[in-house]
Design a protein around this ligand. Structure first.
Ligand code: NAD
Ligand code: GDD
Length: 327
């Protein structure tokens, strides 16, 4: 370990989509980085200086990877996926048990090791379902969290864990940070297998389709979402971590589109005419958009990249994965 020479960071969940991108960014900034995950990143070698393959549900493992000398600690490990994973109900017990256990272990060890601050990745899925019924007017202001009514057990676990991080701030003088991510996408994200989110799923389906063909879309496609490109997500994570604001704060795009508009945008990028075959499927809330007033006020920054530019880079990457797999 090089604690004496460099700024150092610990990334839990470093084998995942956001964690692996965060490691790359920290390396560019000159950090010495330790990553921990059940697995190595799927699509590129890790850039972490030290990578521990281990299970963060194991308290001993967590205690062994957290060192008091880490300057920054990021907690991104979770049992998670897109609508096809979290809204079917089939994984509820695992999602709640696995993610809550990780967060309880991490906080216990961080506190005992005198870590000042842990960044925690919560989700917009913790917002109440009753504020996300009108696709044109969802309310995801940070202050709208209560009375609590997330529409998934994944969202309930996120809300519970947020509260534990903030309780450690109040009771033990920690300065943990809590961000609520809104649907993050980009290259090297899960794009097949059941855990992929709508941007990756739609890129994959369009990459596989011929012009003029139809792709399957869950629901009527009039449900709304906003999608944040990975680079801006990482930027938001670092800005929040290094600020004096604990959150919770939305880290998301406020460019809201319907899923049908998302399909049309990707089809245009691909240069294909694509029909839509609307089929029943897990749809989640009817509307969701990031409310960026608080992040702008407290961090003096908010995500601003147009959806199209991030989708161009994502489609390009997924199209290459599709061709590689086919070959
Ligand atoms: P991801 O699934 O790609 O990464 C999560 C990583 O955690 C995986 O690599 C997984 O192997 C690891 N992990 C799971 N259980 C573990 C365990 N017991 N021990 C060690 N590692 C374990 O997901 P992501 O998109 O990179 O998301 C990162 C974080 O951001 C998660 O907490 C997620 O809930 C949150 N989040 C993501 C989004 C999004 O749109 N990607 C939106 C809201 C919140
Ligand atoms: N995944 C997927 N695949 N979604 C599809 C598809 C498809 O082929 N076709 C239509 N959709 C619709 C879903 O039914 C849903 O209404 C919408 O696209 C968005 O789905 P996802 O991107 O899978 O998830 P989400 O936005 O409901 O939730 C995601 O974002 C949260 C944060 O905002 C998930 O990644 C959560 O884990 C995350 O916390």
């Amino acid at each position: 370990m090089a604690f004496d020479q460099n700024r150092t960071a610990l990334v839990l969940g470093a084998g995942g989509f956001i964690g692996s991108h965060l490691v790359k960014r920290l390396k560019r900034e000159g950090f010495w980085v330790r990553g921990v995950d059940l697995k190595f990143p799927e699509f590129a070698p890790t850039e972490a200086d030290d990578f521990v393959v281990g299970d963060l549900r194991e308290q001993q493992l967590v205690r062994s990877v957290i060192d008091r000398r880490f300057d920054e600690v990021y907690q991104l490990a979770a049992d998670m996926g897109g609508a096809g994973y979290i809204f079917t109900g089939e994984h509820d017990a695992d999602v709640m048990h696995n993610s809550a256990t990780i967060n309880l272990n991490v906080l216990d060890a961080a506190h005992k090791r005198n870590i000042r601050s842990v960044f925690y990745s919560s989700s917009a899925c913790m917002y109440p379902a009753y504020n996300q019924e009108d696709p044109d007017n969802p309310n995801c202001a940070e202050s709208s969290a209560y009375p609590a009514a997330p529409d998934s057990e994944y969202g309930w676990e996120k809300l519970f864990s947020e509260r534990v991080y903030l309780a450690y701030n109040r009771n033990f003088g920690m300065q943990n940070r809590v961000a609520r991510f809104h649907n993050i996408y980009g290259p090297e994200g899960t794009w097949q297998g059941g855990k992929e989110k709508a941007p990756a799923a739609i890129c994959r389906k369009i990459a596989r389709a011929r012009s003029g063909e139809a792709i399957e879309i869950w629901g009527d496609g009039l449900q709304t979402r906003s999608f944040l490109f990975i680079d801006e997500c990482v930027e938001g994570v670092l800005r929040l971590t290094r600020s004096d604001f604990e959150g919770p704060v939305n880290v998301g795009s406020d460019e809201m589109v319907t899923i049908n508009q998302l399909v049309d945008l990707v089809a245009d990028i691909a240069g294909k005419t694509i029909e839509r075959d609307h089929i029943p499927g897990p749809t989640g809330v009817r509307g969701r958009n990031s409310d960026n007033r608080l992040i702008r006020e407290r961090l003096g920054w908010r995500p601003s990249q147009p959806l199209r530019s991030g989708l161009e880079r994502t489609y390009d990457w997924i199209e290459r994965q599709v061709h590689r797999n086919a070959a």
